[in-house]
Design a protein around this ligand. Structure first.
Ligand code: ADP
Ligand code: MG
Length: 739
């Protein structure tokens, strides 16, 4: 017998945990390329799912093609060549079935020049179009695969290889994979490797999902799912395959989501099991809260406070997320919660993502709380050492009741005398995993000194301005309870948003002048994106000089940017807040900046460069008073298609939830939640948007499992599921500990 380069003998069974380089045909070099795609083990490889399937079971005859449809055609290469037109090189190939012929063309495709040889069998997939000059049908830019290649394997080609090729490439529903390794690992390569891997996998794999859950969702076995997701059976619906809704897909997707939810659910249970503080909520506390309120809370604010207060009364630690669009009034709710803690003799800490936001909270706290007799301090990194030391002393001696600072508060060891409440204002910068670390730290590092007896865990309230659709929030923040403020304070008039090219800036400046003449104030925002901070800051300063010297020499114009000294920033913010400035030219620091009801207009320069969420956050700075507010999105230069859609969404709606949905769609869940920086779980096979319903189901099942053992589920089954969950979490999220 000749060599069998692609087949293993049956005694070399592989395990899911085996490194991919032990699969015949991979080896260390290709394994490295795979590692770049996060494919390390056989398990990873088998979860590299096809992004598309081709029905080559019933490929189309050329004669029966119709213009406008997508079709798979298997045919033989007849002629091919590159034609240079005046505008671009066009590659043309003619394929035939018997006497019928089909023309295929690719634009700008000089690289195809030596690709095809007469006699090769190719599978082509693409759109059937009519050549308008000749009235013939053709495939335009089809995807293709050479499936019978005389030159392949050269002299070592043997019949086993050819048979394998024949059986994998035609006469079935064929999986199409995204290529990797700069095109070196083709779809075809993946198909073979995965085929080999599956052939050498034991016929049975343990199922980590408890039997009761499998029954509830009618899940097929993992072995069957892996087999069928790559090699669908002939009767499988192509539509279900393309939309990831076959039983095989559902099984794999659900499994991934289930173990994420199981970890979150366990985390939540553990938090609940710890000793917390049972705050008293009597009339005295209620009166204290009422006293500080500068306005009537909205129904949504009342509901949120009620949920928070009820958590605080319970003897275990609160872990609650307060979600509400910009301007929905989260701050006052946080202050109310802080009062409950302070009235019970505890300290509260409020942490913000930036110094400016910390300062903003500090100003509001001084206005609202200090006047009622509470002692509030600000602690930030940029304060002078002496003041920092002094402030720390106040905190450790318990003189300071509410401590406001940046998240750096938790990095530096700040000792509290008696910390009862931690409020994290995360805006949209933190994800679930990062928060695990944050909370752990906030509770471990802050409570008393090492030699004191066991301290109860403080309550934690996380505020976020990312409007995530509610079901998604519930599942994603599975470790937290969620309160939503879904109502805006009364008396707001909707913001009118317009998008114009900066060629029309004179008109815009005229309008700015009118607003100022009417006694209002205006923000002009200029993007400074971290990567180009230096050059962009220069551009922003130039803009500022232009506005202050040339366009509005008679108005009071100031500038605010992230590089300014904190004292100066504070001064500028104060002036604007007091109405002593007409126009504030700012970089994006303003996103989380001052709250000025008299500011009725915002001009955002180069709006096309901002993300949708950021534009929405920025716009949230205006429309805070009763006067009509205007947001002008100015574009400078060419706007991409996605850019157009972002700007269009801003013009169309003020609703943060709608904007979030679109943002999610445009950026994909990874980017939206900031997977990389913010530590959102990233998924191999699941898609948070497409698979929302499975996510819901996974959450429910995970909770039911942890409620056991009972007549549905035994303790060993639960233990097995937990063991598996820990292995997965450890592998995917490393540092985070669960259970
Ligand atoms: P965010 O949720 O973005 O943190 P804030 O807490 O800063 O929103 O509130 C936005 C503005 O609305 C603030 O000026 C605040 O004083 C005001 N506000 C909040 N709640 C109410 C209310 N119930 N009635 C009137 N104004 C309110
Ligand atoms: Mg806020």
């Amino acid at each position: 017998m000749g060599p069998q380069p692609l087949l293993l003998t049956s005694h070399q069974m592989l395990q899911l945990s085996t490194s991919v380089q032990y699969v015949k045909g991979i080896g260390p070099r290709l394994a490295e390329l795979l590692a770049a795609k996060d494919i390390q083990t056989l398990d990873d490889l088998l979860h590299y799912l096809p992004f598309r399937y081709e029905d080559r079971l019933n490929p189309r005859g050329i004669a029966e093609l119709r213009a406008g449809e997508m079709a798979t055609v298997i045919a033989e290469v007849r002629t091919s060549g590159l034609f240079r037109t005046r505008r671009m090189p066009i590659f043309q190939m003619t394929a035939g079935q018997g006497r019928t012929r089909l023309k295929c063309i690719w634009f700008n495709a000089a690289y195809l020049q030596d690709k095809f040889k007469p006699g090769q069998i190719v599978a082509l997939y693409g759109k059937v179009e009519e050549d308008y000059r000749k009235g013939e049908l053709q495939l335009t830019q089809p995807q293709f695969e050479i499936i019978g290649d005389a030159s392949e394997g050269g002299s070592t080609a043997d019949s086993a290889e050819q048979k394998l090729a024949a059986s994998l490439e035609i006469g079935r529903i064929v999986p199409i994979y995204e290529s990797a390794g700069q095109g070196r690992l083709t779809s075809r390569w993946f198909r073979r490797i995965i085929h080999i891997a599956l052939e050498n996998l034991p016929p049975d794999l343990p199922d980590p999902i408890p039997p009761v859950v499998r029954r509830h969702l009618s899940l097929i076995s993992p072995r069957e799912a892996l087999q069928k997701v790559h090699w669908p059976e002939p009767g499988e619906s192509i539509q279900d395959l393309q939309s990831s809704r076959t039983p095989a897909h559902v099984r794999l997707i659900f499994e991934e989501l289930f173990f994420v939810e199981l970890g979150l659910e366990l985390k939540r249970r553990e938090q609940k099991a710890q000793t917390g503080i049972a705050f008293q909520l009597d009339d005295r506390v209620r009166v204290a809260i009422k006293k500080i309120l500068p306005f009537h809370p909205t129904g949504a604010q009342k509901r949120a406070l009620k949920e928070i207060a009820s958590d605080m009364e319970k003897p275990f630690p609160m872990r609650r997320l307060l979600q509400g669009d910009v301007g929905s009034g989260k701050t006052i709710v946080a202050f109310e919660a802080a009062i409950i803690a302070m009235e019970n003799g505890y300290q509260a800490a409020l942490m913000a993502p930036t110094e400016i936001l910390a300062q903003q909270h500090y100003f509001s706290a001084r206005r609202i709380l200090e006047s009622a007799g509470y002692r509030v301090v600000l602690l930030t990194g940029s304060m002078e050492d002496d003041r920092k030391r002094e402030t720390r002393r106040h905190i450790s001696q318990g003189n300071a009741q509410l401590v406001i600072g940046t998240h750096a508060l938790i990095e530096q060891k700040v000792e509290f005398a008696k910390l009862g409440m931690v409020i994290v204002d995360e805006q949209h910068r933190f994800g679930v995993l990062q928060r695990f670390r944050l909370m752990k730290k906030s509770t471990e590092d802050h409570v008393g000194t090492g030699d004191s007896p066991v301290q109860p865990e403080p309550d934690v309230l996380v505020m976020t301005a990312t409007p995530i659709p509610r079901t998604l929030a519930l599942t994603l923040y599975g470790d937290l309870d969620v309160s939503v403020i879904d109502e805006m304070p009364p008396g707001r008039t909707p913001i009118v948003t317009r998008c114009v090219s900066d060629e029309r800036s004179p008109e815009v400046w005229d309008f700015v002048r009118k607003q100022v003449a009417a006694g209002h104030q205006v923000y002009v925002v200029y993007p400074v994106i971290e990567e180009n901070e230096e050059t962009e800051l220069k551009a922003a300063m130039k803009m500022y000089r232009e506005l202050s010297k040339r366009i509005f020499p008679d108005l009071r114009v100031a500038v605010l940017h992230g590089r300014m000294e904190p004292d100066l920033k504070e001064q500028v913010m104060r002036l604007f807040q007091k109405g002593d400035l007409d126009i504030l030219v700012a970089t994006t620091v303003i996103e989380v900046g001052v709250d000025v009801a008299n500011a009725t207009m915002m001009v955002i320069e180069h709006a096309e460069r901002f993300g949708l969420a950021q534009l929405h956050q920025l716009r949230g700075r205006i429309g805070r008073g009763a006067a009509k507010s205007y947001c002008v999105l100015m574009t400078g230069g060419k706007v991409s298609e996605d850019g157009e859609r972002r700007l269009d969404a801003m013009v169309r709606t003020n609703d943060g939830f709608q904007i979030a949905e679109l943002d999610l769609e445009l950026r994909g869940p990874g980017e939206f939640f900031g997977t990389r920086q913010a530590g959102m779980p990233s998924f191999q096979v699941a898609d948070l948007i497409r698979d929302r319903q499975l996510l819901e189901a996974a959450k429910i099942e995970a909770a039911a499992v942890l409620a056991g053992p009972n007549k549905e589920i035994t303790q060993p089954e639960i233990d097995e599921a937990l063991r598996h969950m820990r292995t997965r979490w450890h592998k995917s999220y490393g540092l985070v500990e669960v259970g």
